[in-house]
Design a protein around this ligand. Structure first.
Ligand code: FES
Ligand code: FES
Length: 168
């Protein structure tokens, strides 16, 4: 019988605007890869089985659970993690700014997933109703906020993004 550890597989990705090529074990989750290999620990790991949404990242622009994907399945993809929302660190992304203004977070554990989900929601629906906001964020669990301020923050983010778009 043959056994042993499967050989690493080369994975090529564009993460937060930077190309990377890394050899990873086939069993590695995308969360492990982002956090442990690339040091992008803003991608949080809560339930590890697709329920809480804390690990949500954008994969080719769409929100996905990074705990439900193998890193090798993301080969060739473009990924945005929460670190990619404000890459220079000098200025918050409008969605982050709105969460700050409206107190849309407490402990912050769910926040990276909520932010990235909100970015995708507002790209597809720039002026969502409160019902659409709640529906759009329904896949993210938050133990702290009661969601009221989160909904307010997404509404505010819609205004900030709209104002920014009208200036360009
Ligand atoms: S850690 Fe991925 S959904 Fe909870
Ligand atoms: S702010 Fe604590 S879990 Fe959402």
């Amino acid at each position: 019988m043959t056994g042993g550890t499967p050989a690493p597989i080369l994975v090529r990705l564009r993460v937060n605007g930077r190309d990377c090529a890394e050899a990873v074990a086939p069993r590695w989750l995308l969360t492990d890869f982002l956090r442990d290999r690339l040091g992008l620990t803003g991608t949080h790991v809560g339930c590890e089985h697709g329920v809480c949404g804390a690990c949500t990242v954008l994969l080719d622009g769409e929100p996905v659970r990074a705990c439900l994907m193998l890193a090798v399945q993301a080969d060739g993809a473009t990924i945005t993690t929460v670190e990619g929302l404000a890459p220079d660190g000098a200025r918050l992304h409008p969605v982050q700014e709105a969460f700050r203004q409206e107190h849309g977070l407490q402990c912050g554990f769910c926040t990276p997933g909520l932010l990235l989900t909100a970015v995708a929601l507002l790209r597809d629906t720039p002026r969502p109703s409160d019902a659409e906001i709640r529906q759009g964020l329904a896949g993210s669990l938050c133990r702290c906020t009661g969601y009221q301020n989160v909904v307010r923050a997404v509404r505010r983010a819609s205004e900030l993004l709209g104002a920014a778009a009208s200036r360009t």
